[in-house]
Structure formats: C-alpha cells, structure tokens
Design a protein around this ligand. Structure first.
Ligand code: ATR
Length: 278
C-alpha cells in the first residue's frame, strides 16, 4: 500500500483525502491518503519520513507552502517563482516540490474564455496571503503579452512584501501595481478574491464595484468554494458580471497532483464534484 498525505495546520477541514481516496478506489490503485496536522518544528522530520519507500507523495497546505521549501531537493520552475509548493513527488530518491495551483487556476480561466478571443485580461488581485503568489503568476503566464495587473490588500505592507519578493520575474512595464485599499481601478476584466473574507457566510469585502454594473464580460473569481456563493459573488451576480468560485480550481489542482503521482489522468465526474458540496 502506498501512503500519501496532506499536511497543514489546521487540517481538519481538508477535503483532499475524500477526493484522492475516491480516485484511488475508482482507478483501483493501492493507495491511501491521510491528513497530517503538523507543528512547524516537525516539518523537517516529516519531509525526512517521506523518503521511506512506502510514502509516494504529499500535498501541502496553509501555512507550510513556503516553509517546506528548504527541506526539499528540487523545485519546478513555477514552484520556484511562486515560492509556494502544494504537491511533493519523488523521483530517483529526490523530493520535488510542485505548484499545481497555478496551472489549475489558468485552466479555469481558459475554460471560461473558450469561445472568446485570447486577449490578455487587465486583472485586480485582492489579497496578499499564502495563495496570492500562485494567482499572480497564473495571470502572468496567462497574459503572456501586455496587460495590467493590480494588487490591493487591506494591509499595504503585505502587498509591498509580495511585490518585492516577486518583482524580479516581471519586466518593468508589466510589474503589478499596488492600489490603495478601497480604490478600484476602472479598467479591469478579471477580479480575483484571494483573501479569506467570505469563508464566514455573508462576510463582505469593503470594496465598491458598482462601476462594473451590467458588464457581463468582467469575471469575478472567488477562490472560496464553501460557501458556494460568497457575498463577493452574489453581489457580482446582481451586477450581472460573470462569476466563478474556487471549486473547479480545487479539483484541478488535485487532478494534476494525482497525475504526477500515478500517471492517471482522472475524469472530474459528478461524484467527485459532489464531494465538495458536503
Ligand atoms: P493565508 O494563511 O492564506 O496566507 P492569511 O495570511 O491570513 O492567509 O491572508 C489572508 C488574506 O486575507 C490577506 O491578504 C489578508 O489581508 P491582510 O494582509 O491585511 O491581513 C486578507 N484578509 C483577512 N481578513 C480580511 C478582512 N477582514 N478584510 C480584508 N482582507 C482580509
């Protein structure tokens, strides 16, 4: 039996075991996926324990996506850029850190825009927390050519820090711009909530998007999927904007991790999608 883990703190709420164990059963793989609540002091010991032959991989969640990096042997380019690892694989005895959040987010945007032209999207990223660098780089990779990226965060200092840590990867004209909390730029086509605001029902970000009323080409994206419809999204629906929650991104990051571990390209079926509605 191969062992897989998701590590974090807290970890009780994680739905990853339900998803991966569903796929292990569906695709008849002898694997078991468990939650592990870790203290930061135990990170290194955990990573060492992954070198055991019975352990085949792991997911990493809040607050260890960056803290785990010094203990790994290699990083993929995107994990290096974002300084954020959500998936660990083993190859030739080496532990490799990946970031499947970036590609998962990118895929959901491509799907949303499938029937439209591929022009870059001026984007506003709200927040500067653990998942924000993944969204920043996903948008950078999506856009390829020019487009504006704005970042706004309640605590400006945290946005400054995020920019300082990532700016070497952006050319001067594409560097993200920080906007004061409360100001909303007039020329955005994608708004992503990367904050934790909305996890509690009806909790609301104090930002005014009324200028975007009746703009059905503007995408409001909340990374939260539980609740299904945050106030950020229900307000956008009322304005008749396009909306998406974080459910598909969550499933896609899991699908991509599963592929890295097993080489199986799982189908995202109704059953697995239902698991996240619990
Ligand atoms: P993570 O563990 O994902 O890194 P975090 O560090 O708590 O989570 O960051 C969550 C994000 O939500 C941050 O951008 C945080 O803003 P601050 O940098 O100002 O703390 C944001 N956030 C949390 N509560 C918020 C609130 N009530 N209003 C606005 N932003 C909030």
């Amino acid at each position: 039996m191969s062992n897989y883990f998701v590590i974090g703190n807290p970890i009780d709420h994680s739905l990853s075991p339900l998803i991966h164990n569903y796929w292990f059963t569906k695709y008849k793989i002898k694997g078991i996926y468990k939650k592990k609540n870790l203290q930061e002091d135990n990170l290194e010991v955990f990573v060492q324990s992954m070198r055991d032959d019975n352990v085949k991989g792991a997911n990493v969640t809040v607050p260890f996506k960056k803290k785990i990096i010094p203990f790994l042997d290699e990083l993929t380019k995107i994990a290096e850029e974002t300084q954020s690892v959500n998936t660990i694989t083993k190859k030739d005895g080496k532990l490799i850190g990946h970031n499947t959040d970036v590609t998962a987010f990118g895929e959901t945007i491509k799907d949303l825009k499938r029937n439209e032209n591929d022009k870059p999207l001026n984007s506003l990223i709200i927040g500067a927390g653990g998942v924000t660098p993944s969204i920043l780089f996903a948008i950078k990779h999506l856009n390829n050519s020019a487009s504006k990226i704005y970042i706004t965060n309640r605590t400006k200092n945290n946005a400054d820090k995020l920019l300082a840590e990532t700016s070497k990867h952006f050319t001067e004209n594409l560097k993200p711009k920080i906007v004061e909390w409360g100001n909303v730029p007039k020329d955005i086509e994608l708004v992503v909530n990367t904050t934790s605001v909305g996890l509690i029902k009806d909790e609301s970000l104090d930002l005014d998007f009324s200028d975007y009323t009746d703009m059905n080409n503007v995408i409001f994206y909340d990374l939260i999927y539980n609740p299904k419809e945050t106030k950020f999204l229900s307000d956008a629906i009322k304005r008749r904007n396009k909306t998406i929650n974080g459910k598909m991104m969550f499933l896609l990051q899991a699908k991509q991790a599963f592929f890295k571990w097993t080489n199986i390209n799982v189908e995202i079926d109704h059953e697995v999608s239902k698991i996240l509605d619990k």
